[in-house]
Design a protein around this ligand. Structure first.
Ligand SMILES: NC(=O)CC[C@H](N)C(=O)O
Length: 361
């Protein structure tokens, strides 16, 4: 196997064995603590531009299948693995993880001491890294600035797409949506029209949606200030659900603020409390930015969910409009269907209030 190096901008080096495509790569190095779901993680567009480290030590054992990709292909820039399994066993598996990486031109490193790497990322908070074939000091002198708008542009659809023929028409504004969100809507008897992230309010309104879903997506929400007036107008006119980036954008649209977290929430076991009922749910998460609690427009919104570990904002609900958003992923099943009821709630609002404008834009 070819040796490869992961060099962090903070100077630390990790040596491993090259897997996947033999191209050098740069990106923010993040980690996910889930024990399973590597295929879903790699193909989640919210990871665009990032080098994803798997905390779980054995990755690839159940292979890769034809049904679980969250988007058109691998979204991460590269993967970092401790022990990669190249002889998968699962009835649905159609290829191995390393062959999938190769076929989609994505590099990775295996046999990396991921525990030490994660401890290093946690120590620094945020850190970029480069995967290199040879240690070349010249290559680690300069670091690219991340352009979040370009990340969203690269994953959003360019033209409208339509799925299903259910009773409720939901427009999904695509900042890099996960297919599980589309599936969850189709399961709720929806017809879904997916529109590019920068579609204007009037175009969306002319589709006569019963409800609107603002999707997840990569990068810093502050790069998307141009779409905030549209998002605000949508929330004032249609039942709206925001997920992850969509949640952050709704908060920003009402004058709230977001900030970068030290090393994000990425995993399948983040406990989240519903502040109305006191009930705690185990959620799947993937975000590096978070809403600043004090900045939320309290005249219009109440905080609906809170992270049990660090008390960060996990959701908001409008005080009188059918608008809510969550920082976690209700479409991702940390258990059988834990928070999927959020889609049911949304559709309930669509049924009672959809198809009508109830406030002037
Ligand atoms: N999954 C997402 O939508 C992530 C939102 C945003 N890019 C963040 O990292 O916080």
């Amino acid at each position: 196997m070819t040796k490869g190096y992961l060099i962090l901008e903070t100077g630390e080096e990790f040596i491993g064995d090259w897997i996947g495509s033999e191209i050098e790569m740069e990106g923010e190095v993040v980690f996910n603590t889930s024990m399973t779901g590597y295929q879903e993680m790699m193909t989640d567009p919210s990871y665009k531009g990032q080098i994803l480290t798997f905390c779980y030590p054995i990755i690839g054992s159940y292979g890769v299948n034809d049904v679980d990709d969250e988007s058109k292909g691998i979204a991460v820039s590269a993967v970092v693995i401790s022990d990669v399994c190249d002889e998968p066993s699962h009835y649905q598996s159609t290829t191995s993880l390393t062959d999938k990486l190769k076929s989609e031109n994505i590099p990775g490193l295996a046999n990396i001491d991921t525990r030490s790497l994660v401890a290093t990322i946690r120590k620094h908070g945020n850190v970029s890294g480069k995967i290199l074939k040879v240690k070349d000091a010249r290559k680690t002198k300069q670091w690219k600035e991340k352009n979040s708008l370009e990340l969203v542009q690269s994953v959003s659809v360019n033209e409208q797409e339509s799925y299903g023929d259910g009773h409720h028409h939901v427009v999904l504004v695509d900042f890099g949506y996960k297919k599980s969100i589309l599936k969850a809507l189709l399961n709720q008897d929806c017809k879904v029209t997916i529109v590019p992230y920068n579609t204007e309010f009037e175009t969306i309104a002319s589709l006569h949606p019963d409800g609107v879903l603002i999707s997840n997506g990569p990068g810093d929400p502050l790069a998307l200030t141009a779409v905030l007036p549209t998002i605000k107008a949508l929330t004032k006119n249609f039942p709206t659900l925001g997920i992850c980036l969509g949640h952050q954008l709704i908060v920003l649209a009402y004058g709230g603020k977001t900030e970068k977290m030290p090393f994000g929430h990425r995993g399948g076991n983040h406990p989240v409390k519903d502040l109305a009922t006191g009930k705690v749910y185990i959620t799947a998460q993937n975000h590096g930015y978070v809403v600043i609690a004090d900045s939320v427009d309290k005249e219009n919104f109440q905080i609906s969910f809170q992270n049990v570990n660090d008390k960060t904002v996990e959701g908001i609900k409008h005080v009188h409009l059918p608008v809510q958003s969550v920082q976690f992923h209700p479409e991702a099943h940390s258990g059988p269907s834990d928070t999927e009821y959020i889609f049911k709630d949304f559709i309930q609002q669509v049924v009672t209030l959809g198809g009508r404008r109830y406030v002037k834009a």
